[in-house]
Design a protein around this ligand. Sequence first.
Ligand code: SF4
Ligand code: SF4
Length: 356
Amino acid sequence: MSSTDVKSRLESFNCYYFDKDVTQKFISFLMKKGDVIAPHKTGELSYKYEIVSDATEVVLNYSRTILPLKKAFMPPRETLINFNIKNNQYTKPQISTEPKIFFGIHSYEMQSIKRLDYSFITGLPESNYLTRRENCKFIGVAYKPDEWHFAGSVGIDINETDGFCLYFYPAKNGYIVFEITDEGKNLLDEFGEGSEVTDEYLKLNEDKFQAKIKFHHNRIPEIFTHVYNSKVWEDVAQKCVGCGTCNLLCSTCYCYDVHDEIELDVENGQRDRFWDGCMLNKFAEVAGGENFRDNLGSRNRHRLYRKFKYITNQSDKLHCVGCGRCSRYCPANISLVEIVNDLIDDYTKQQQKEIL
Ligand code: SF4
Ligand code: SF4
């Protein structure tokens, strides 16, 4: 699948040209409006989202961060309540609603936040997540897909602008900045810099996704209706070590565990929640030691069904955004794309048998 033509996707938006200096000035301008969270380099090939303290340290030409943006709205560990057993009272820690601007965000990451919004709003709305989502602006940037990205195969274009107020597209010595919403226009009006876009800058180089998943993304949920007992799950289990990295780094996984910690006075305590993952052995263990998914085949199957079937049936969206983190950082080199393609092969063989 190729990305939608850059011009046809972006041409309806007003745009300006920012050279690199103006881009840095713009980041400094944003920093006066609230915390700016943007990608920073942390190693040779690794990046992380961090609050910007120096605009020159922001990296816009990056592959992916190790931890996804969900950490800003659902921290790896947080205290839900502090309690006193004797008085039977509790207090909830205050969650900041100060303005935050997320700068230099890729389209699949933005879409992962939309998926998490769905998960945290549906049913009983989750107030900590939703409070952190208030007063947030997102500014996107285009990216060059590497061997692990496959967002195009799950229906998310490189230049998908949904969710962004502004969108930065690399141009000669700088960026073309597209006004996506009125909020973005207001920011640019107030900033007051940036020059007119000339034809030279509008020679946008279109990055294309290679088709990685063999079926169109609309057909992926259909496969999962037929492959519950596929041998593919046993094959994956032979390689998987059950470390849970794929869950913890996943942009859209949101499972957590909750523990109460009691202080030595046996009166006061706190209730903490922290990230958990369905690939971890204890995840589906219940009282008495029974474990509903005590083998790695069933745990991998559950992980993929959560991405492509169970939540998709309710939300009409795939809940994998193709960031590639699970495959990039899997210590056993298990590729989610390969699993899905093996399942497609299995499904296709089943269909052929039925025809014969
Ligand atoms: S990261 Fe790889 S090895 Fe670890 S649980 Fe996930 S699939 Fe298995
Ligand atoms: S399943 Fe893998 S590729 Fe899909 S969103 Fe999660 S980490 Fe990214």
